[in-house]
Each structure stands twice: as structure tokens, then as C-alpha cells.
Design a protein around this ligand. Structure first.
Ligand SMILES: Nc1ncnc2c1ncn2[C@@H]1O[C@H](COP(=O)(O)OP(=O)(O)OP(=O)(O)O)[C@@H](O)[C@H]1O
Length: 217
């Protein structure tokens, strides 16, 4: 199967347990795919496979022709993912976290500071830049985690339920930030239970069920 992202009959099993039933799809670069479906149908598992964190038990998964594998530096350079909250340092502010990530991916400090301020502003949390992570609300923490995920270069963005903990205004804000990223040429795959976010961000929808899937535009 061709496509910038190519998934062919990928499944994940753990003993007798099916974590992800076989699924196939392809996605062009610069497009957004929403993965939807009931609880337990394998959305997070599929994202973990795409992010190279879980190998598929069957089938194949490739991004830009390369099998997904978090241990490959070339693969890691392409992929930014937020699947659960990232580890946070208690004694670093949100701005310091973002500068740390940006500079660790090659930005000069001044550029890292600009990236940090731009992202904190885009996600509406610039006034919180000097707090510590434990001084943020759960929704603010989610916005901070999203900003932190974007603080490094990437071609593909993978997000698991980015709507978590967000009020309706912040949901619109995140939808708008994500759509702009796609319009700028990034490839986005998100799992979501939010119809609003799916409608705002996605070109295609992949709906998982326990034993099959449905792909539509
Ligand atoms: N480590 C694991 N070992 C065994 N089974 C697991 C493991 N992790 C998840 N599962 C099972 O795999 C299936 C898919 O889980 P997954 O988290 O991918 O679903 P999901 O679609 O993301 O669900 P939700 O909408 O609730 O987030 C579920 O039945 C779950 O119980």
C-alpha cells in the first residue's frame, strides 16, 4: 500500500487478547486523520504503533517508507507524539520545559525562547509561563503538554485525545492550532471522542470497532 503513512493489516495481540484488530489505511503527507471508535477498540494502541512504541504483531506500518520504530533516530526526528502526559520536571517552569525541548532538538537558546513564547501564547497560557507544573490546573496542564509536544521540529504529529480536560473554548482553540499545522504541511493523526475536534481538524476519519474498521473522508 502506498502513501506517506502506510498501514497494512496491522494488528496487536497480547497472548489471546486483541488490542488492535487488523487495520489498513494510507494517508498522504499534509493530511489529517482522526481515529474514532468506542472505548477499548484500539485507538491508543494504533497510535502507539504509529509512534513506534509498540511493534505490530501482524502486518506492516511505515512512515515515509520507513518502518515505525522509536529507536531509529531518523524516525524520531520525523515524529512528535503526545500519548498520555509526558514526564514533567517539578522544578522547571512551562517556559523552561519548552526551551529545553527546543534547544535539545537543535535550536539556539534565543530561538528556543521565541518558540516557547509563541507556543505558550498560541495555547493561551503565556501568563502561566513562570508557574511550576504542579501549580497548573488539569486543563492548563493539557495545554502545556500540547505546547511541549510542538516545541521540537516534526513532520508527523500524533495526539491521543487532545481534548482531554479542556473546556469548549479551549477545545476550539486547540482545533484551530491543529488545523493551522496541517495547512502548513504537517501530517496529523489524532484519536478523539470529540466530534467538534474531529470536524475542525480532520480530512479523513478511521472508525475502529472491536473487529473491523471503516475509513471515510
Ligand atoms: N497492556 C495491555 N495488555 C493487555 N490488554 C491491553 C493493554 N493495553 C490495552 N489493552 C486492551 O486493548 C484494548 C484496546 O485498548 P486501547 O487503549 O487501545 O483502546 P482505546 O480505543 O484507546 O480506548 P479509550 O477510548 O478508552 O481510550 C482494550 O480492550 C484494552 O483493555
Amino acid at each position: 500500500m502506498s502513501g506517506y503513512i502506510a498501514v497494512e493489516q496491522a494488528s496487536v495481540l497480547s497472548g489471546d487478547q486483541v488490542l488492535l484488530a487488523p487495520v489498513s489505511f494510507s494517508l498522504d503527507a499534509g493530511k489529517a486523520l482522526a481515529v474514532t471508535g468506542s472505548n477499548g477498540t484500539g485507538k491508543t494502541t494504533l497510535l502507539r504503533v504509529l509512534a513506534g512504541r509498540t511493534p505490530p504483531t501482524t502486518g506492516s506500518v511505515a512512515i515515509a517508507g520507513e518502518p515505525t520504530n522509536e529507536r531509529s533516530s531518523g524516525f524520531r526526528a520525523r515524529m512528535a507524539a503526545l500519548i498520555g502526559l509526558p514526564p514533567l520536571a517539578r522544578n522547571l517552569t512551562p517556559r523552561e520545559h519548552l526551551v529545553l525541548v527546543a534547544t535539545s532538538w537543535g535550536s539556539k537558546i534565543v530561538d528556543g525562547e521565541n518558540i516557547a513564547d509563541r507556543l505558550l501564547d498560541e495555547f493561551g497560557i503565556i501568563r502561566l509561563k513562570g508557574r511550576f507544573p504542579h501549580e497548573l490546573s488539569s486543563g492548563q496542564t493539557q495545554l502545556f503538554a500540547l505546547a511541549l509536544t510542538l516545541a521540537r521540529p516534526f513532520e508527523v504529529l500524533i495526539l491521543d485525545e487532545p481534548e482531554q480536560r479542556l473546556d469548549s473554548d479551549r477545545l476550539e482553540l486547540v482545533g484551530s492550532v491543529l488545523r493551522h499545522l496541517v495547512e502548513d504541511g504537517k501530517t496529523l493523526i489524532l484519536a478523539s471522542h470529540s466530534n467538534i475536534l474531529v470536524e475542525r481538524t480532520s480530512d479523513e476519519v478511521l472508525t475502529l470497532t472491536d473487529a473491523s474498521y471503516d475509513l471515510h473522508s
